[in-house]
Ligand binder design. Structure first.
Ligand SMILES: O=P(O)(O)OC[C@H]1O[C@H](O[C@H]2O[C@H](CO)[C@@H](O)[C@H](O)[C@H]2O)[C@H](O)[C@@H](O)[C@@H]1O
Ligand SMILES: [Mg+2]
Length: 248
């Protein structure tokens, strides 16, 4: 298999790396809390970040606190699909939360009691997962669409892998990557964006437009703006470990 990260491995000082988490760095699990962080992954990312002058950020649908606790480190990151952003210097981009969250929580707490559904409360976003009840997909999509219509245009739906989420409107992973690229230590570097899902599709054109690398962890037959593929999170981790090890 050709290594799509070979250019980064050859010149880590020239690149900025933006990594999705679920389904990309980490294998998918039946529930949001069921994931397993492979031994050594946070250390590999830290070594790689060091080799890249700190120009490595996590860009995820998860909330920042969850990522910090799960990885045991505070990487630069964009959480909640770009809504939260912590810069490399540790400062946080504050964004006002629109009204309506209590209403959404109240409605979904009752709805997600249905067997097989999992409610994930992310503080300023709420998600309903149906991975364990795939037959309920249409029901979940309808309930979330009705809630989005009720709560108003300051909120929007984000679909993902066996999940529908209600989150504040206006943010995207692509916008978060563009914002990082205005700042040290990302500024002036060539972006590398890696993800596995629809929400990551907003990052890929940013990299493509700047002569960077866009990589989707997926079957290559799936439609995507990404220009390269890797078959699995394990394959990505192996590439990252190789690059990080060269720094040792
Ligand atoms: O942007 P990401 O880092 O990929 O996060 C996307 C969502 O990931 C999580 O849900 C997904 O992974 C779960 C654990 O493997 C899986 O059970 C679920 O079906 C997936 O949709 C997370 O729970 C969400 O909050 C993220 O938005
Ligand atoms: Mg993902």
């Amino acid at each position: 298999m050709t290594d799509p990260l070979a250019p980064l491995a050859a010149s880590p000082d020239h690149y900025a790396l933006f990594l999705d988490i679920d389904g990309c760095l980490i294998d998918l699990a039946p529930t949001p809390d069921g994931i397993v962080v492979p031994d050594g992954l946070p250390e590999t990312l830290a070594r790689l970040s060091g080799r890249m002058g700190g120009a490595l950020a996590l860009v995820t649908g998860r909330k920042t606190e969850w990522v910090d606790a799960t990885f045991g480190r505070a990487f630069p990151m964009a959480g909640l699909h770009g809504f939260e952003r912590r810069r490399a210097d540790g400062s946080v981009q504050e964004v006002p939360v629109p009204p309506g969250l209590d209403l959404a929580r109240d409605r979904l707490a009752r709805f997600a009691h249905e067997p097989g559904l999992v409610l994930e409360d992310k503080g300023i976003a709420v998600a309903v997962h149906y991975r364990q009840a795939p037959a309920r997909r249409a029901e979940v999509e309808q309930a979330m669409a009705a809630l989005a219509a009720e709560i108003g245009p300051a909120w929007e739906l984000q679909s993902g892998k066996s999940v529908v989420e209600l989150r504040p409107a206006g943010a995207s992973k692509g916008a978060a990557v563009r914002a990082f690229l205005q700042e040290e230590p990302f500024r002036g570097r060539i972006p590398v964006t890696i993800g596995d899902d629809v929400t990551d599709e907003t990052m890929f054109p940013v990299a493509n437009a700047m002569g960077g690398l866009s990589i989707r962890i997926a079957d290559p037959s799936e439609p995507t703006e990404a220009r390269a593929h890797l078959p699995s999170p394990a394959a990505l981790r192996a590439c990252l470990e190789r690059i990080a090890a060269w720094a040792a």
